[in-house]
Unconditional design. Structure first.
Length: 352
């Protein structure tokens, strides 16, 4: 068992939790929906890992690094512990630690910064890739900041409404990148905007906003995809670029048009959510979580949709765990760092 990798992973989780502040989930908390399937998805991953670790790592490498860090690792470890505790699933502490180590190796191949963001960076582009990107982008001067901010806010709200947890899926920061001229670039990316989960024909898939700062600015990105910076870094903003599915927007008019579209879609999605019942949220939660790993399932030539056992559980259990979560009101509990460290540590049996 590689205890150092496990300790690094837990240290990254704890540091990120300290950056959270007071959390309020919307539209649902993970605990309201994932109790219906987190063990099923975790077992699916683990069985593939145990059968052929090399193939598993190749499949995992198709999934974005920010999903692997904050969603895959804690979710899978907790799911395996739940499966062992309540369903007598056979998995050892050493095997779970090996799963963390394998994931760390995949992360190390995807990014050039620390796999768990312990260096407070998320460097996806290598220096030569960054140089090409900076040259290729259509840069707009900082006077466009206001209209781009409106776009970013509407995109963030839309992603939150379709993915339920914007830090785990749908949006992430990467950087800070240092250019050859000692300037700084930060990138905010929105992904899978056209997810089939909601049955909407969204004509866009991926949108990225590039912020170019003069000189070095202090910005940090943690394991959970939080970005931490001083507000005065925006005084150093020199230019901005917006990329939509590989195309760069050249004008304020096009940015406003894109913002108008997502401003409208955000309202449409909010109306859908306001009409949903608990079972609808549980079903959509499962769909979102499974589709998040669509590239992984595609690698294995499998359909991404939740398995029959999930649907049987939902039919049999109804709102049981949803109601239990609400009656326990965990948002009012004082959950310490030690609670989460025990929860996500594969070397114990603690699950709640």
């Amino acid at each position: 068992m590689n205890n150092q990798v496990v300790e690094d992973y837990l240290e990254a989780v704890l540091r990120s939790l300290q950056n959270c502040g007071e959390s309020k989930y919307w539209p649902v908390a993970p605990g309201q929906v994932d109790a219906y399937f987190n063990d099923l998805l975790a077992i699916e991953f683990f069985d593939k890992f145990k059968e052929n670790t090399g193939q598993f790592k190749a499949g995992l490498s198709t999934v974005s690094s920010h999903i692997l860090r904050w969603f895959f690792l804690p979710f899978t470890i907790l799911g395996l512990k739940v499966a062992r505790e309540f369903n007598h699933f056979k998995v050892t502490e050493s095997e779970m630690a090996s799963l963390i180590e394998a994931t760390c190796e995949v992360l190390a191949s995807q990014i050039s910064s620390n796999p768990f963001s312990l260096d407070e960076q998320n460097l996806i582009y290598k220096p030569e890739e960054l140089k090409k990107k900076i040259t290729k982008l259509i840069w707009l001067d900082k006077s466009f900041k206001r209209v781009v901010n409106f776009l970013s806010i509407d995109l963030e709200s839309f992603v939150w409404s379709i993915d339920f947890d914007i830090y785990a899926y749908g949006a992430y920061w990467h950087g800070p990148y240092q250019t050859s001229t000692n300037d700084t670039v930060l990138v905010k990316s929105f992904t899978d905007l056209n997810s089939p989960v909601w049955g909407q024909a969204i004509p866009y898939k991926n949108i990225s906003i590039y912020y170019y700062f003069k000189g070095k600015v202090e910005a940090k990105i943690d394991f959970m995809n939080h970005i931490i910076y001083q507000s005065d870094i925006w005084n150093n903003l020199e230019k901005i670029a917006v990329e939509v599915d590989g195309r760069f927007l050249p004008s304020e008019e096009e940015i406003k048009k894109l913002d108008d579209y997502f401003g409208t879609q955000r309202k449409v999605q909010l109306d859908i959510i306001n009409k949903m019942k608990p079972k609808d949220f549980i079903q959509k939660g499962a769909d979102i979580y499974y589709y998040m790993f669509n590239p992984f399932f595609s690698y294995y030539k499998q359909d991404w949709r939740p398995p029959k056992e999930f649907h049987n559980r939902l039919k049999s259990w109804g709102n049981k765990f949803w109601d239990e979560y609400e009656s326990n009101n965990p948002s009012e509990k004082n959950l310490s760092d030690s609670f989460f460290k025990k929860l996500y540590d594969p070397r114990n049996d603690f699950v709640s």
